[in-house]
Write a new protein. Structure first.
Length: 590
């Protein structure tokens, strides 16, 4: 697999700020090793150097996997003005005159990892003091992470954790910790844990008391009582119906301030840096324009305002994660056949009023996706015709198009529609994307390749696979087909943001219960890390800018705490970054 070299260069300088230490959000419990730099990782300045340093930063004495086309491994790299300026011996020679030199003590280095499909905007808008539980494996670890988080939370603050984790990852919790178990960890702050899209949820004694008080004075005419049980459990309900869990979520969201969202946005970006994750493709959320409502599930937020905290952080020059936004759309009311001109109003407005592939190197617009309208390839139905019209509108406007498909029938319908549109519109240069691709055929993959499209393979089965049923992803089939391929985690609601968890699944085929669900489709370690770096850059339209350590590219680097290629398979998900660099700036140091 080789990275395409026809990306348009992003404009603008890196506007990152330096951050130090592990963040409060990091759930580094149990098997996850504590972060710490090697004693050998000395740093030197350059007293008496010329006013213009030879480099802003030089990393030396590392095992640096550049992920270039030939797989070069070197020992030094130099950075100036946010870009790599020298590799290997040429970089080492610049160390004496550099503004800062760091001796890596032999540590393993990769380009910054890239997540091409997640919903990180949801995490930016979490209520309370969100706490990362996605890396925990037992009750003891959950309790430790919550107790550690309590140290940073004011007396009237809620400790929350909403999504990212899944009960299947815990060896001794089914389905959620109880009120008593949460009380053991945090007796004096309200705690609220919420799973997946609609719940269920659980709270502790302090949280139950507050919900009981709020139930007496309903905050919305459509709300239902939270009615947390004696065990702390709060019941869920179906999509489209108000439930106790969504009512509890509404009550917490309605008390969330903009300052809370700014804090959570920065904490989220620090957590990403702690993982060595430097760039993400955000695929938005289910559209819910307008004010908060108890019917809204975890993945619903106001489509017009949910990026406000990220925009403000970026405006202040504080963003330390590169974010590419693609816009997901629903079609609203499905018409009788023939009423197409009055459908897809939000999509039509977006295409008229937003520029594709625009923005800065830290915050940019990508395409239309995870879908332009919910995938329905049955053209005999109103929903199928609306979906087809959405494909036409995106092609006509010259945007990149994306569709998440789970069945062969869906994949075939998407490919057929794109092939028809390609006779009239330029599709090949726009880099259309198939997401998930749970089932494929060689013939359909060849047709995807002919369209110049790529497949972002879903690795989130590591968490959600259960009860021994096959839930694999055809990694091997897709990679061997020669189609442009990457790995995505779909993190935040149903899976971890942690890319190392997804890499571990791709390599081992084991789900979080330890069941082998993907044996014949596994990748080797070199393939998996290449997909999460060099190859994933293609999906963010950044192949010329990111994904490998090469002269001229933007200087994003992850120095990790153990050797990825030799660490036991079961410990891959525990890998953390000890130094993360974004645009030549050190944004995380442990």
């Amino acid at each position: 697999m080789s990275s395409a070299n026809d990306d348009a260069n992003s404009k603008g300088g890196a506007n990152a700020v330096s951050r130090r230490g592990a963040i409060a959000l990091t759930a580094a419990a149990g098997a996850t090793a504590a972060l710490g730099a090697s004693p050998a990782m000395a740093q030197t300045g350059a007293p008496g150097a010329a006013a213009r340093p030879s480099a802003d930063l030089v990393l030396t004495n590392g095992r640096i996997h550049t992920m270039d086309a030939t797989g070069t491994v070197t020992n030094a790299v130099a950075v100036r003005n946010g870009r790599f300026v020298a590799i290997g011996a040429d970089a080492a020679a610049m160390a004496a005159g550099a503004a800062r030199t760091i001796d890596l003590g032999g540590k393993t280095v990769f380009p910054g990892l890239i997540e091409p499909h997640c919903h990180v905007v949801s995490l930016y808008n979490r209520p309370g003091y969100h706490t990362i539980l996605e890396n925990t494996t037992s009750l003891a670890e959950v309790q430790k992470v919550l107790a550690d988080r309590r140290k940073d939370v004011p007396a009237d603050g809620w400790i929350t954790s909403l999504g990212g984790f899944h009960p299947n990852q815990w060896s001794d919790i089914k389905p959620l910790p109880t009120l008593a178990q949460l009380d053991q960890a945090v007796p004096d702050r309200p705690v609220f844990l919420y799973t997946r899209f609609t719940g269920p949820a659980v709270t502790n004694s302090a949280g139950k008391r507050l919900f009981d008080e709020w139930d007496k004075t309903p905050a919305h005419p459509d709300i239902v009582p939270v009615a947390a049980g004696d065990d702390g459990m709060i019941k869920d309900g179906p999509f489209g119906k108000v439930s106790p869990a969504t009512s509890a979520l509404f009550l917490l969201r309605s008390r969330t301030t903009f300052e809370d969202k700014l804090r959570t946005t920065m904490e989220t970006q620090r957590y990403a840096a702690n993982l060595g994750l430097t760039a993400m493709g955000d695929k938005v959320l289910f559209p819910t324009p307008g004010p908060l409502h108890p019917i809204q599930v975890l993945s619903n937020l106001d489509h017009y305002r949910m990026y406000d905290p990220l925009l403000e952080i970026d405006r202040q020059g504080k963003s330390i994660s590169r974010i590419e936004i693609s816009f997901l759309h629903h079609q609203g009311h499905i018409p009788a056949l023939g009423d197409m001109a009055n459908q897809l109003p939000e999509l039509r407005a977006r295409l008229r009023n937003v520029f594709p592939n625009s923005g800065s190197d830290m915050l940019s617009i990508g395409g239309i996706g995870e879908w332009a309208a919910p995938v329905n390839v049955d053209r005999s139905t109103p929903g199928g015709q609306v979906w087809l019209e959405a494909q036409r509108l995106v092609a006509e406007a010259g945007w990149r198009n994306e569709n998440a498909v789970t069945t062969v029938k869906e994949l075939e319908g998407v490919v057929q529609a794109w092939e028809e549109l390609s006779t009239k519109y330029d599709i090949k240069s726009k880099r259309y994307i198939i997401h998930h691709a749970d089932t494929v055929t060689p013939e359909l993959l060849a047709r995807v390749k002919a369209l110049g499209a790529g497949v972002a393979m879903a690795a989130f089965r590591w968490v959600v696979s259960n009860d021994g049923k096959p839930a694999g992803v055809p990694f091997r089939t897709i990679v061997d087909s020669g189609v442009k391929a990457g790995i995505q985690g779909d993190g935040i609601h149903i899976a971890p943001l942690n890319p190392w968890s997804h890499i571990q699944y791709a390599v081992t085929g084991l789900n979080s219960l330890g069941q082998q669900v993907n044996d014949g489709q596994r990748l080797n370690r070199a393939e998996a890390i290449r997909l999460f770096t060099r190859e994933n850059a293609w999906f963010l339209l950044k192949g010329d800018e990111l994904g490998s350590i090469e002269v001229g590219k933007r200087a994003d680097v992850a120095v990790i705490d153990r050797d990825y290629f030799t660490v036991p398979e079961a410990q891959i998900r525990d890998i953390r970054s000890v130094i993360t660099v974004v645009g030549g700036k050190v944004v995380h140091e442990a």
